[in-house]
Design a protein around this ligand. Sequence first.
Ligand code: PEP
Ligand code: MG
Length: 562
Amino acid sequence: MTESDEERRLEGTGVTPAVGVGPVHWLAADLELPDPPDADAVDPSTERERVANARERALEAIEHEREATAERVGESEAEIFDAHAAFLTDPQLEDGIDEAIDDGLPAAHAVRAAFEDPIAQFEAMEGPMAERADDLRDVRDRLVRTLLGRESTGIPSGSVLLAERLTPSDTTGLDPDAVAGVATVTGGRTAHAAILARALGLPAVVGVGEELRELEAGTRVVVDGERGLVIVDPDPETRARAERERDLEPIAEPVETADGRPIEVAANVGGDDFAAAADRGADGIGLFRTEFLFLDREEPPTEDEQYEAYADALEAFPDGRVIVRTLDVGGDKPLPYREGAPERNPFLGARGIRVALGELSDLFETQLRAICRAAATEDGGDLAVMFPMIATVEELEEALARLEAAASEVAEEGVDRERPEVGVMIETPSAAFVADELAARVDFLSIGTNDLTQYVMAADRENERVADLQDPLHPAVLRAIDRTTSHGGDAWVGVCGELAGDPAVTELLIGLSVEELSMSPIAIPAVKRRVREIDSAEARALADRALEAETREDVRTLLDGE
Ligand code: PEP
Ligand code: MG
């Protein structure tokens, strides 16, 4: 395969658990305005009247979109348009436009000029306020378009829309059945446009960065709003998978193999999209990446904030297990408020349980208290705790002692004492080698194939140069999985790395005696379907052959049924 034949993956922030495929169509960037005429040729009173008329028409359009959004999406999302109406009639902005007209600019140029400073002021702010600049741009562009008589944007059906950024009205104007997906150069998860895309179920990835700009109209891309990827020139396998994930109806009930072996299919969740995971048919949450509650902020979340988040997850799955993984920072997930010199090899350094038991002990204790409190709520019986990056029995014993201490502390404060189910992630070769000893102390083991592959193969999961080694289908990784399942004693064993979400590998994992699979919600319908087709004895035979394979190519050939 030549370089140009290979698919390319651009990373951004996924905002919807949905996937789309289609050719690129660029949404017009900022509307081009011709150079303004000489000031003498501009009649201020005519221009002021034009602005007033355009404002009225824009207000009507906003009102119309507000109603349509309330109906299609919901009342709280529709409120975005109230803010737009308020911007449109803001006296300061009105004065700014009048002043620019008095300085000799025609209407559209005056609108541009008057919005410049307020947009820059919002942009200079920290956090979500910065994203309000998008709303101002939206109002500005609406006014300019109305003044130029160019209200419609004309997007070809089936295309993936790319834009510098999306405004809320760009987004609500999109028909989710006609647009395959959207991706933007800038923007974050909490921008109004992202919230709307999520509510409309539009596959969307925001904040992809400069590389997105290089994509030409017509280039075929996959927008994976769950994994936060724009895949350029997807290879046939990726496309087939994207199309499968796009079209499948979720299966709400738990599934079993064709010969009756129950397999739990759960969701990996990083933010607060528990409802989206439930909608995709997740039986529960197999991996709640709680570190996302701690990243991208200046202070750690309080115990109460965490308690609320865990309780919300439990509420979304009243009948399903919710596995809360404790703080897993370090490596590729630096904590902004963590002190200390940078490490030379952060993936081999103080990450996961190592920091939780050491320098971040206080945060860990607060988290364990919040978890114990959530376990005592009405839906809390299904809460489980899981420790990341365990390498030794001593670490596990220490973590269990801290959990016990937190449970006693909150019990003394009057909270019912519940012992949540406890599990360990198998992400290091050492954990796989001492799986028996770990399993004897916990209820379950969950194999994190992303890190396990990185450590078994000694290949940084972020380093493109060793991407070939980052394949969980290497026989060494499969044997590490087998080592874990065959030495798990009474503990049940699941997989929560990316591998779990690949339906082409489901049979092999079931054959390796995995009982639970936890994955990106988007993959759940396809995996549940696959589970139902599998016969456990055939799966075991496949696993036996895969364990004898010498290369990953041999494993892939086996999986292809050749
Ligand atoms: C893993 O390592 O496989 C895993 C699920 O954890 P994370 O990807 O969050 O490191
Ligand atoms: Mg991991």
